[in-house]
Design a protein around this ligand. Sequence first.
Ligand code: ADP
Ligand code: MG
Length: 289
Amino acid sequence: MNDQAGALRQIIANIKGQRARTPGTGARVVVVTSGKGGVGKTNVTVNLALALSRKGLRVLIFDADFGLANVDVVLGVTPAYDLAHVVRHRGDIRDAVCDGPYGVRFISGGSGVQELIRLSAGQLADLMDNLLQLDDMADVVLLDTGAGISDHILSMVGAAQEVVVVTTPEPTSIMDAYALIKFLTARAESGPRVRLVVNRADSESEAADTLRKVAAVVRLYLRTEIEEMGFILSDPAVSKAVRLQRPFVLSFPQSAAARNIETLAWRFMGTEPERRPGLRAFFTRMAGR
Ligand SMILES: Nc1ncnc2c1ncn2[C@@H]1O[C@H](COP(=O)(O)OP(=O)(O)O)[C@@H](O)[C@H]1O
Ligand SMILES: [Mg+2]
């Protein structure tokens, strides 16, 4: 049998599996984060979301970076309310979800994500009911977060089933990615599945080199393996697209960066997590209740 056809069949079977999941299981919750800021998390999140959506998955982007929340800028759509508003006014979470290109859905956490930890039992119960509705809306939820090792971000990555760590080839970014991975792997069995994306590489070989470096320190000091998810080349199309407020997979579909995202999307769909507890379970773990 042709290998490529076999791989494709597997991916299609995965998509079907991801769409026709058994009732009660949630969406695939993926946290996109980095050690260092400004490495390209938001661009990776938004463009990956669009690529996945175009392949037939129902995708929700959750902007959980309350400091520098800017998914709206990169995506080019802004929801009327954020999660903080919904929590404060006991509203319906569906009012905070807006539609983006290719049917991608988008919700902004606002300060709501940070406030989760301080919610009363009643507020939390309301929120959890609301989150169940989001679980029904999406096959995949991509959470765009801030950078670094703050308590808030650590509680988020610690609660996730899957984490994508973005780094650039710069040594400072690699060191900060390592520190983050160290934290994640310290949680042993219950820890998330961690995958690395190298962004802004000058060449494919520089990307491979970066992956090798991170894998080597992780193996040496943490005695574990880091999975690679792929890379995105440095490409002027990325900042041009940000200025146009139209994601590069839409505005420059033939660009190197868009092709790299396409590869990332196929890789992502080719892997199916063992568990899919969904958003509600994610936030329950995150709120530590
Ligand atoms: N692959 C890339 N090639 C060129 N420039 C990039 C690339 N990725 C990111 N950038 C630049 O870096 C800026 C910050 O990216 P962003 O996704 O907002 O990072 P983060 O969310 O990690 O802070 C972008 O606006 C863009 O100008
Ligand atoms: Mg960002």
